[in-house]
Design a protein around this ligand. Sequence first.
Ligand code: UDP
Ligand code: MG
Length: 312
Amino acid sequence: MLISLIVPCYNEEASLPILYEALCDVRKTDDANRNYEFIFVNDGSRDKTAEIIKSFAAEDKAVKYVFFSRNFGKEAAMYAGMQKAKGDYIAILDADMQDPPSLIPQMIKDLDSGEYDIVAARRVTRKGEPKIRSFFARRFYRLINRMCDVEIADGARDFRLMRRAVVDAILSLTERQRFSKGIFAWVGFRTKWVEHENVERVAGETKWSFWKLFKYAIDGIVAFTTAPLRIATYTGFFFAIAGFVYMLYYFIKAIISRIWDTVAGYPSLLCFILFIGGLVLMCLGILGEYIGRIYIESKGRPIYIPSEESED
Ligand code: UDP
Ligand code: MG
């Protein structure tokens, strides 16, 4: 029985030694003497992350690694890790200790029981996170769940332990614009949620700016639902009807009052033109989001480019 632990790392020189220590603890305290492999994916870090990973690998055969030629993002890093993983159970966890490795032994037991295929962590609090960020995060989950067919859990992290079959299913989704929260939900399987309090990162700082998160949210929506397109259709339909009713109203009014040449109403006209013009541009924008994604997918570029890999 082999257990693969995948760690995507981007500028994590400060947290890595702490994390590695914790992973070794998990391995040491394993009561069933299972085998472990630690897969570090260096996502184009600019600090000493690469050297640190290599120093682990030099001393520990269980350490495997993939280095990227540049920063491809956490989604790509997770994908690469899963491709490299050979384990029967495979877990993904952050380098910053926000995904407590101490939960792993219990997660393994849960999978052993055979009732579940995935044990996934979910934080029930967002303590230590900027208020405004939590607020928008909550809104985002409400919105995406109303629009999508699959249920994307609020507070769900990428931290999870999966059976081989689940990982194979995830790897079979080869889209370039990966929104893992959606992908995890989409592939299904029996999931057990373990809840934990939010843990703040041990060192370094988060790579997510508010703007990055916002773009990520849009990506998630566009990747998992075409509902915005339908909203555009409905809005267009609504305004066409409204315009038609308005036209009828003026037509009848003109016939009854016998006044044909009205010139007044310049401001209202301008408002309508701007409003409708804005709406049209917005709908074009929505369309553009989808077409842009078709364009990127159609190029069929690889999800990441490795520059260096440990031998198997
Ligand atoms: N990460 C990555 N590539 C990136 C950004 C982040 O591999 O472009 C990794 C990072 O090293 C960490 C995990 O993804 O292990 C989560 O990142 P972070 O802690 O910055 O996100 P947060 O926990 O704040 O959501
Ligand atoms: Mg973090």
